[in-house]
Design a protein around this ligand. Structure first.
Ligand code: AMP
Length: 278
């Protein structure tokens, strides 16, 4: 497994891999890896000949008041885990490699980048699409794997790929959860013991709505109210709870197959997201 820190070195290696006709896979991450990330690595490993994982805490997707500086990092551990998964190349660029002084170019999936998480994190998705497009250009993957925990991110990236005619197939992996149902996230580390316990309500509330839907509930409003009540009882501060179409992210008038229930909640200062598909 090679560890590459410079864009030029990565491009050189990729050029030689391409020449050999090998199929390249990419899993972009911000590191501090957990089983959720590793599940994506395993999906990608099966679908390609040369597997690249990027580890980069991307400053352009964090707002000025957000946790860029204190985002958890542990490269040594990440490398150990990735080696065990048979990764070929870890791309670990510095911020200045990705964003040299005077950087000016961004790509944005307009409007969709302001829905859901984008309402409270207005520059987030512009940062995501920009860095992912840069990774695509550097690594030239045939396939790239994203987690459906960040459902909106995956939808927005698919949209960018389609509209910019990129030659990469986007594959999504399912959400990996802790034993109490909390979706795995590098940010779970921020939670106090009590917050961590209470945070299990996120998935419980999503499952309650899905159960109610199976019993015939079709109105979004009572579904959202039911979730809000459960979450607030556990001290969660709701950023949003929305029922949207899984492909367009448009709010739905009626719950149906393919409706995504998406939620973002603060436990203390930690913002967690989760979702479930009906
Ligand atoms: P991050 O390091 O948080 O930027 O995540 C990198 C990739 O891992 C993204 O595609 C995420 O959607 C995915 N991911 C994060 N958490 C999970 C999880 N619990 N299950 C599945 N995929 C995940």
């Amino acid at each position: 497994m090679q560890l590459v820190r410079s864009v030029s070195q990565a491009k050189k290696i990729i050029a030689s891999i391409k020449k050999r006709g090998m199929k390249i896979g990419l899993v972009p991450t911000m590191g501090y890896l957990h089983e959720g990330h590793l599940s994506l690595v395993r999906i990608a490993r099966k679908k390609c000949d040369f597997l690249v994982v990027s580890v980069f805490v991307n400053p352009t997707q964090f707002g000025p008041e957000e946790d860029f500086r204190k985002y958890p990092r542990d490269l040594k551990r990440d490398l150990r885990l990735l080696k065990l998964e048979g990764v070929d190349l870890v791309f670990y660029p510095s911020v200045s490699q990705m964003y040299p002084d005077g950087f000016r170019t961004y790509v944005e999936v307009v409007e969709w980048s302001r829905l859901l998480c984008g309402a409270s994190r207005p520059i987030h998705f512009r940062g995501v699409t920009t860095v992912v497009l840069k990774f695509f250009n550097i690594v030239q993957p045939d396939i790239a794997v994203f987690g459906s925990k960040d459902f909106q991110q995956a939808v927005i990236i698919k949209k960018m790929v389609k509209e910019l005619n990129l030659n990469v197939r986007i594959v999504t992996g399912r959400i990996v959860r802790e034993s109490d149902g909390l979706a795995m996230s590098s940010r779970n580390k921020y939670l106090s013991e009590k917050e961590r316990k209470n945070a299990a309500v996120l998935y419980q509330s999503l499952k309650s709505v899905k159960r109610a839907y199976k019993k015939g509930l079709r109105k979004p409003r009572p579904a959202v109210e039911m979730m809000a009540k459960m979450i607030e009882q556990k001290g969660g501060g709701i950023d949003y709870i929305q029922t949207v179409d899984k492909d367009t992210l448009e709010p739905v008038k009626k719950l149906k197959k393919g409706t995504l229930i998406a939620v973002a909640v603060f436990f203390g200062r930690t913002r967690l997201i989760d979702n479930i598909l009906l």
